[in-house]
Design a protein around this ligand. Structure first.
Ligand SMILES: [Zn+2]
Length: 253
């Protein structure tokens, strides 16, 4: 079979054969890519990466499947899986990240006003530096003393769980909720430091430090307490995934 040919065999092919063999190989490559993309769409629909303790499809494709960052991102783009993502995040080959976000006119006005106010500190006015400057300020002010990277809605003064408000089933579940004391949340963050979701089959722990939430192991609606031993840190994706399973919310087919 042509596919089992060794490198030296190609030297024996006539020009016509070489041309035809390459065309066959490219056709096969396209079919395979199409199959791979269909798999990826289904993995994304099932959120299989969450079950396997990866916080997102990109991490699953790079760390579990073995694609390079660029290959993974190209396939995600090809499968249009990032279409609904806002902002659109593109991981580039040099590990930099390209961010595309749509702003309202008012938001754009505010950003420009902020940049002008920072002009004495950041004369270049480049947006990457402006964002980094503001990020540093927020991190310094908002991070717990443990210096854990956190971007959790739970840190905001309005403590309503952003995940639960997306659904209608849980009115009863929220009824008994008492706000988690900030010091307890910091204690849990210091203890866990990252998402504690574990794939029961492999033992793999998610471990991401992005978008962390404090989660009740025994839910509040099931009389779970706010004690540290009933709390764990989860990323937003795994928090939502566990909430879905507890609430019996199935994924749309
Ligand atoms: Zn996670």
């Amino acid at each position: 079979m042509r596919w089992k040919m060794h490198a030296s065999d190609f030297k024996k092919l006539s020009n016509t054969e070489l041309d035809q063999t390459l065309k066959q190989a490219v056709r096969k490559e396209r079919q395979l890519l199409s199959e791979i993309l269909l798999h990826m769409v289904e993995v994304d629909r099932r959120k299989l990466f969450l079950t396997l303790a990866y916080p997102n499809l990109f991490d699953y494709l790079t760390k579990h499947i073995g694609y390079s960052a660029g290959s993974a991102q190209r396939r995600i783009d090809a499968a249009r899986l990032s279409k609904e993502e806002s902002p659109k995040v593109t991981h580039q080959q040099n590990e930099s990240v390209r961010l595309e976000v749509t702003l309202t006119k008012a938001q754009w006005g505010k950003l420009n006003q902020m940049r002008e106010l920072l002009s004495s500190s950041l004369p270049s006015g480049s947006w990457d530096e402006v964002l980094e400057y503001v990020s540093d300020k927020v991190i310094t002010q908002k991070s717990p003393k443990t210096k854990i990277t956190v971007d959790a809605p739970n840190n905001h003064s309005n403590e309503k769980d952003s995940i639960q408000t997306q659904h209608t089933k849980e009115t009863d579940m929220r009824r008994a909720r008492k706000p988690l004391v900030r010091s307890v949340r910091h204690q849990i963050l210091k203890r866990d430091q990252c998402c504690q979701y574990q794939d029961q089959k492999t033992g793999k722990v998610c471990g991401t430090k992005w978008h962390l939430h404090a989660d009740h192991i025994q839910p509040v609606w099931a009389e779970g307490s706010n004690d540290a031993k009933n709390l764990r840190i989860l990323c937003a994706s795994h928090n939502l995934e566990i909430y879905r399973s507890q609430a019996g919310i199935s994924r749309r087919i």
